[in-house]
Design a protein around this ligand. Sequence first.
Ligand SMILES: *Cc1c(COP(=O)(O)O)cnc(C)c1O
Length: 371
Amino acid sequence: MTNSTNTFPSFPRIEIDLGKIYRNTKRLRKLFQSKGISMMGVTKGVLGSPQVAAAMTAAGADFLADSRIENIKKIRDAGIRNSLVLIRTPSMSNLEQVVKYADISFNSELEIIRMLSEEAKIQNKIHHILLMVDLGDLREGILPEDMAHTFRRLLTFDHIKPIGIGTNLGCVGAILPDQDKMDELSGIALALEKKFNLDFDLISGGNSANYPWVKKTERLGRINNLRIGEMIFTGRNTVDYERIDGLETDTSCLVTEVIELKQKDSLPRGTVSTDAFGDVPAFSDRGSIKRAILGIGRQDVLIQGLTPVADMEIIGSSSDHVIVDIKGTDVKVGDPIRFHLTYSGQLSAMASTYIEKVYLNANQTEKRINL
Ligand SMILES: *Cc1c(COP(=O)(O)O)cnc(C)c1O
């Protein structure tokens, strides 16, 4: 269409507030810096959005980190000047890109590290790696007892430079990064440094779940880095989901459009069978209600990640529809309906090709973001 104007917004859309992301990053970075801890701003929750990467960089994030090499490439190609870190171990199928686009990668497989070294040789580079150790969360990482011999082997690969170690807790096994775990990580780092006569640059203690520990610890040990994603976006402590003082919530918001609005029963009429997903749905009888259908569905967004901003309630969904009891709210067909997003909700909305991405308040980031 050639006659479209910007005055009529398109729906559904996710609005990402770069000003809030900038301020949250800045506040967290200041807190960590006062403790002697550098911060990686983790961009995977926004698919490596260059706008967000630029806002985090302007706010002082010491590194940018992402789990996907495609996202790292996107940030690199946008010309953002920061160190870029791949925080998921590289795949054999993408080593060429890893060496080309990432300054540092996190690793836990010796064979991959050997191949990274070969690739780095071809590209005439020294690739920096950080070795992950598994302290019991049982996701990625070398077991503590295998760290020394893995190190001895990788020191023979001449185009690899190990610059530190790290761990990730609070994800698959939901293990809390507490003082014991951080002491254990420090101990492993110190032992390796002593054994191999090294001085590591980075001992990366974890993610947003490390916040309670970092806030109250008086013993950092060798830990000098954290990788923070969710807390920047949600402004919440990811251990108990309480709001963090001084941080802003709702850095992003989903806006959808009402495509049907009718007074209908709250209970389906007829013989109950299975729904579009093979489940038998359960509804509560609240009599006749005003039901709004929104033009968004399960193929766009994780419905459990949505909470209406107004006093309404999501009562059902299918691939292309979300149904809301609008209660007493004044709504017409065509009206926008706004939702708070959880971190997973935000990630799913960012990944939907049907949802428009709209960036707000780029002018609140002090340095101009011009992408
Ligand atoms: C996703 C991820 C992070 C960031 O975690 P948040 O909970 O979003 O702060 C840090 N480290 C690794 C290895 C990750 O995969």
